[in-house]
Design a protein around this ligand. Structure first.
Ligand SMILES: [Zn+2]
Length: 62
């Protein structure tokens, strides 16, 4: 399964339906999240991590 597909599952499991993908970036409520692989090894980990795109956020503040 691709990271993108895992991220989609994660978001849908959280009950969020208003999201979209911009290339490989997840967009929820106007916030962009970079999809990254997670290797923390936690048993309940789904192997995907969403990182807020700080670069975009700071650009919007200017
Ligand atoms: Zn993890």
């Amino acid at each position: 399964m691709t990271l993108k597909a895992r991220a989609r599952e994660k978001v849908e499991r959280a009950g969020i339906s208003n999201y979209s993908f911009d290339q490989d970036v997840l967009v929820m409520c106007g916030v962009r999240y970079t999809i990254a692989a997670c290797d923390c090894g936690e048993p309940e980990c789904d192997g995907v991590r969403l990182e807020k795109d700080a670069a975009v956020a700071s650009r919007m503040l200017q």
